[in-house]
Design a protein. Structure first.
Length: 256
């Protein structure tokens, strides 16, 4: 099993100009997201942090992100925006970047569970955490991506999928990372310019929650509703007691 390697990743990009500031790789780190949030020095180009193991990996809503050492892809990308730039739909855009990467590998039956978990059929194969903070006149966006390459099923409490279980080991992790960086940066730059609306029409085909009964938890409020899509701001739409509700931030789970 080859370690993640900056130069092999760059070689897999085949000379594509992605305006990268740098790629840093750690054997172990507290959190790739934390690293990029803390060491910002005013760079405007995309910086990438990768790790073989995270001591304090986390997912949405502070949940622990479990990943055995050297078994998956743990990547964070840092982007910079003007501080007043809208973030509507960005989580979904990053989910699309992962989905496009997996399509490149020949993986099908892909869906996104709002806002940004990626599924192969009913197995979760990737999760994304988007964090941001304002520094002077800039907004720093850090996108953390956990992509299952060869997961240990015994450590998981939910149904999962991984790349090697679907296509074997014919593509190295470094080249998978190269594809992931290409799609993530390309889609981010497009979204920054044209917004989220152009991506809306394709959503229903990949919507994991569409026409499913879901439990929505928002603080002290919890209810069961029917998933009916998203809107032009990237908000989840659910039908509850005959009315459509817009959900911008919530824990959403599918009812069996």
């Amino acid at each position: 099993m080859n370690d993640l390697n900056k130069f092999e990743i760059l070689e897999c990009l085949h000379g594509k100009n992605l305006e990268l500031e740098d790629i840093v790789v750690f054997q172990s780190i507290d959190s790739t997201n934390n690293f990029l949030l803390k060491e910002f020095k005013g760079e405007t180009r995309t910086k990438v942090c990768l790790a073989e193991y995270q001591i304090e990996g986390r997912g949405q809503y502070g949940r622990q992100w479990i990943s055995p050492s050297h078994r998956n892809i743990l990547a964070s990308l840092r982007f910079t925006l003007p501080k007043n730039h809208s973030l509507n739909g960005l989580s979904i855009i990053m989910g699309l970047a992962v989905l496009n990467t997996l399509k490149d590998l020949g993986i099908n039956s892909l869906r996104i569970k709002w806002p940004n978990d990626v599924y192969v059929e009913d197995g979760k194969i990737a999760g994304i955490l988007v964090e941001n903070r304002v520094v002077l006149d800039s907004r720093i966006i850090v996108v953390g991506i956990g992509l299952n390459w060869r997961m240990e099923v015994s450590v998981m409490t939910q149904k999962i999928a991984d790349i090697s279980g679907i296509i074997g080991n014919k593509v190295s992790r470094n080249c998978i990372v190269g594809r992931l960086l290409f799609h993530s940066i390309q889609l981010f730059e497009d979204w920054k310019t044209i917004g989220f609306l152009p991506y809306l029409n394709a959503w229903q085909e990949i919507d994991y929650l569409y026409d499913k009964h879901v439990k929505v938890s928002m603080g002290n409020e919890e209810f069961v509703a029917l998933g009916v899509g998203i809107d032009s701001d990237g908000a989840l739409l659910v039908k509850y007691q005959g009315e459509i509700k817009r959900i911008f931030s919530a824990q959403v789970s599918v009812l069996e």
